[in-house]
Design a protein around this ligand. Structure first.
Ligand code: ZN
Length: 440
């Protein structure tokens, strides 16, 4: 038998492919070489002809596509727990924005991003869709860590993060986009914060630029009743209708929250083929309300899940997000069959990959796709007995059961040890910034 050197072999696991048939392979193996999945199968097909440089034994473990977090503010890691138990607009106006204006500089964003990215990896997240400022620092941290990201340069119409106005942000965006044009891991998007922090002209300019550069538009939309009511007062239309009339929506729009939607809004979002990032834990904590999930889902809108920032969540566990979202919408619909576990797993894998324009590369485990793979340990009391791997993931497991993370063919967490980042150094810096935050 002819042998072949490969980079990585993952073997003996229960492989959830998340392909179009949702095929599950018992005692499965995956061969990875040159960043790609080159072969896979079960025990009936031998893999002994592959000579791997590294082997992960996934006995008693689930092997699946890495999770994708579709709405984050990763550099807010150091804001975790700083101001809790407040309504959104008080929280933003009186706590987050004043503190950001004092603390934020390139160094803060870089270090806080490294912290947030370390937490993402520990949660099995291989790609995040971010909305913040000074994206060069976030992209630098993501590149060092070896994770995928869409870095959305945040746009606001008041001075923030050293920018005097949105024109300065547009210039920064163009230079950021040029810098990462060839990157395999990093994409750049434009992220106007919201309809209540961006003027109409700024939104129009953003839409124009996004079309010119053929990139994603990522925004917060219809998050609170106040946003909905203010928009009705000011523009005589809903937030969705307002953005629709500006030409914001397409299959390159990813919209966070979408809590306050009427039936016409849902029809518009469905027709325009937008992608929604549902942020259940953030909405629960800020008491923003509940997205009409089932209505959106049944209208065929591509649904994904995001943690939002740790300042409003307060962690980056996409596993928790799955379990809570499924339970909340079963209860709200008085229907335990709503949001079945296998469907929920798609929200954070193939659906999210589609939302970020990457479903031809990642989001499922198939020969020829890029190797973004996580291994989850189910050989423990909380996981056993194992009847249905989707149920285990959505309803039983916690994030610390994620044992290994592979991104673009490279192992970046092995047996819960971070291989690309120094965990002790990141913890030390968190203590340092904690001191600075409370002194200021
Ligand atoms: Zn957000």
């Amino acid at each position: 038998m002819q042998t072949k050197d490969i980079d990585l072999l993952i073997k003996n696991g229960t492989v959830l492919t998340i392909n179009s048939d949702m095929k599950v392979i018992s005692h499965g193996w995956i061969a990875v070489n040159n960043q790609q999945i080159v072969a896979m199968g079960d025990d009936s097909i031998t893999h002994t002809n592959y000579l791997p440089a590294q082997t992960i034994d996934a006995s008693g473990k689930i092997v699946m596509p890495g999770f994708i977090n579709s709405h984050t503010h990763i550099p807010m890691a150091y804001f975790k727990g700083l101001a809790d138990d407040l309504p959104l607009h008080t929280w933003l106006n009186e706590h987050i924005w004043p503190k950001e204006s004092k603390m934020i500089n390139d160094e803060f964003i870089y270090h806080s991003s490294l912290h947030g990215i370390a937490e993402l990896i520990k949660n099995g997240i291989v790609m995040f869709n971010d909305n913040y400022f000074r994206g060069k620092q976030i992209a630098k941290a993501a590149t060092e860590a070896g994770v995928r990201a869409v870095i959305g340069e945040g746009i606001l119409d008041f001075p923030v993060a050293g920018y005097e106005n949105s024109a300065m942000i547009f210039d920064y965006f163009i230079s950021l986009r040029d810098q990462y044009k060839q990157s395999k891991l990093i994409d750049i998007s434009l992220s106007p914060h919201s309809i209540y922090t961006c003027e109409k002209e700024t939104l129009q300019k953003t839409i124009h630029l996004a079309k010119e550069y053929d990139i994603l538009l990522h925004t917060h939309l219809a998050e609170t009743k106040k946003e909905y009511d203010d928009c009705m007062d000011l523009h005589k239309k809903s937030p969705v209708a307002y953005l629709n009339d500006l030409g914001f929506f397409s299959d390159k729009s990813i919209l966070a929250h979408c809590v306050w939607l009427n039936d016409e809004d849902i029809d518009i979002l469905s027709e325009k083929k937008v992608h929604i990032s549902v942020n259940t834990k953030s909405n629960l904590k800020l008491a923003s309300g509940f997205i009409p999930f089932q209505k959106c889902f049944l209208k065929g809108i591509n649904m994904t899940l995001g943690t939002d920032g740790v300042a409003s969540n307060n962690n980056l566990s996409i596993i928790e997000e799955m379990g809570i979202t499924a339970r909340v919408h079963k209860a709200l619909n008085s229907d335990p069959t709503a949001l079945p576990a296998s469907e929920v797993v798609k929200f954070v894998t193939i659906n999210a990959a589609k939302a970020l324009g990457k479903d031809n590369l990642i989001g499922s485990l198939e020969i020829g796709k890029q190797a973004d793979i996580i291994v989850i340990d189910t050989d423990n009391i909380e996981s056993l007995p194992a009847y249905n791997p989707y149920s285990q993931i959505v309803y039983s497991l916690s994030s610390n059961t994620v044992s290994d993370v592979v991104i673009n063919g490279k192992t970046i967490m092995y047996n819960r040890q971070l291989l690309t980042l120094d965990e002790e150094e990141i913890k030390d810096r968190a203590y340092y910034y904690h001191k600075k935050m409370i002194e200021d």
